[in-house]
Design a protein around this ligand. Sequence first.
Ligand code: ADP
Length: 449
Amino acid sequence: MFNKILIANRGEIALRIIRTCKEMGIKTVAIYSKADAESLHVRFADEAVCIGPPASSESYLNIPRIMAAMEITNADAIHPGYGFLAENARFAEICNQSGVKFIGPTAEMINKMGDKVTAKETMVKAGVPVVPGSDGLLKDVKQGIKIANQIGYPVILKATAGGGGKGMRIVTKDEEFEDAWDSARKEAKASFSNDGIYVEKYVEEPRHIEFQIIGDQYGNVIHLSERDCSIQRRHQKLVEESPSPFMTPELREKMGDAAVKAGKSINYEGVGTIEFLVDKHRNFYFMEMNTRIQVEHPVTEEVIDHDLIKEQIKVAAGIPISGKNYYPTMHAMECRINAEDVFNGFRPNPGKITSFHSAKGHGVRVDTHVYAGYTVPPFYDSMIAKLICKAQTREDCIKKMQRALDEFVIEGIKTTIPFHKALMKNEKFRSGDFNTGFMNTFNIEDCVE
Ligand code: ADP
């Protein structure tokens, strides 16, 4: 087992990883930018190294500075968390070449799944259903329009390097194609310095259902069932739950098999997520794979009662997995609490938290790095806490979430709590009858400040 793990990340996920390391008797090193000196991940790690100014490019994305922190602290493994360098094949390679274990898949596996076009090709070879679309990247508008007519409108243009919902445009007719192409390319170039675009059929009224998988170093891959992430705004997840209200035992078997097949096709090592779109007829299509721990992993932890970070560290240390799939025995739901102003187009609202009272009680979990007196910096993602509830049934889980949201107090900055309160009351949401288009019909005026 590892002696000391450096956590190449910040915020709640860094703290989350530190907690598991402590339970496993592993020492921890936090790295932080000047903007994060007051964050709890810095306080709770055994050692902490300031690696630079607030800008991510000079701190959490700066590989030489992170490697220097490794060297001076003598850590023997790196946990990348999610975001930042978590899916950077070069970083994984540099770690392994320096004799430091990157807790995650190899650079080769990240490369196979990291760009979406290659991932789709890999899945087609493995016999996993994918969304119909172009074979690889589009050369120009003319070719794009031709393929769009073959698969039929509406279609969606997507950035091969995409993430966080960026570089995507829906196109409903020939005349719209060129403008969508230009703006998708521009956005992809600015966000990922890669303007490769492909096109696929726009699946109408789909559910976003993803499968958690885990693979070890001996070729074993299992799945840990699904999470439904259909409640999204601008392709970004707001709420996740497991099991999916749309799931049937037969569909879970089929999708679970496909997810395991996907993992096995690249001998996947580590925790990963296979994302699918599911249409109203319960046809499912592979969309992409995330080769890292995800924000919403606690939902799975709660329904199968296992610590996924612990499993991830064990696999990285060469310990084999059990070999059987895991199924939910409870219902769990996660609300992402962001420092955003719901009444102003979800605009980020960083600043000083003047008072903070976390929800508590049976079946309630809060993962956060903030506290009263903490200032949310403007430089990073706006998520400040994850509120996770679990109960025997979905109905009870929603009731518990309502109770927890009511007692959660965050003052000084605006948060997405008013949105979550309104969502829990929404009839469509309560009945489980929703898809990724849910937010287009949601009335923001249902939120109460
Ligand atoms: P990102 O990596 O940017 O998050 P994804 O490929 O995971 O991008 O897609 C994010 C969301 O975009 C999906 O959850 C879904 O709501 C929507 N989406 C992506 N592809 C399609 C498609 N072919 N049809 C319909 N919706 C799609």
